[in-house]
Design a protein around this ligand. Sequence first.
Ligand SMILES: [Zn+2]
Length: 399
Amino acid sequence: MIKAILHALVLMTILAPAHGTERAKNVILFIGDGMGPTVLTATRLQFLGPGGQLEVDKFPHLAKVRTYSLNDYVTDSAAGATAMASGMKVNNGVIGPWKHRKGNPEKPVLGTTILELASKAGLATGLVTTVESFHATPAAFYARNKSRKQYGEIVNSMFKSSADVILGGGDRYIQNFEKYSQEKTDFTITRGGFQARDCINKKIVGVYSPASFPFIIDRPKGHMDLPRMTDMALKCLLAKKKKGVFLMVEAGRIDQALHARNIPAALHETKELDQTIKNTLVLLKRTGHLKNTLILVTADHDTGGLAINGPVGTPKSLLRKENGKYTSIKTRHYSGKGPDFRVLRLSTDRPDMKLEEIPFTTHTGTDVNLYGMGPGSDKVKGTVENTEIFTIMKNSLGL
Ligand SMILES: [Zn+2]
């Protein structure tokens, strides 16, 4: 009798979800680089009006995320992505779970990433970005380097990574790899679109721009975009019929638009990410994967300290079309010549300085949003460390 009870208890322990978390078969992590909470509000105001709903507004779970790095209140993209990818806080500028070991600097402390754990456990894995595929955010999932600027070394790490699909920009470096590198790789490089059936038995690096993608507002018609890349990557990973899927999708240019104080560009990039999430949910539902997929949406940090200030009325367009081209907010608001731009203005850390005298804006240390849906997303609540995002994904996959 006692033996039977013990046997039942052991069985219950084995079958119980890890850490009380519901198990997910797939995890998709969406990252808006620099997408602070106000950028999302501004995107909603601009495109949907104050009562509108972005796709992320419909998510059932929401938390605030602390983004500080190991050595600064304000993180850079490398340390921010590393915390989410590996659960390890590192110094700004460091790519991947890599830490100096005291007394033995030659042998750094190395961690592992969610992509590597997932690959090892038999899941199909992928990375998608609108910047270079060896840029800080995607690189934090496969590389370890004390400097994010070691692009040559990071590209080599990319071509040795356990990912199945890596899509983004950065062709200049990838061409160099093809021409000069002695490193062997299992990846096939493509510069065109592909079908799921073309990649079932292949590892693919897709490259669609010499460097970062052009901003959406400048992008030529027919240029590859985030929704299309995400669709190709997810269909490819699902077609492999492995134990599940891990996919990271980054809208990488929100940050760069905000650095350049190009608010319209930032809002269009954010809108594209939201549309990508919407399309992904439709695809998951259609293929019967929605219920067993954990979906998280977050940012590595805020950029630009965007503020929505008065006078508040019906939001008007933030975009001004001149000679067929959109011009950005830039100095217009502050010079008082742009009534269309009243709804938004950039706050600065130098209130004594006029905005137009500041050449660029920087990251801020504010908390960012984390949205969650699907198995394991009940852990998305309260205020969490950015490293907790790794833990939530890991536990939900039972890794
Ligand atoms: Zn960033």
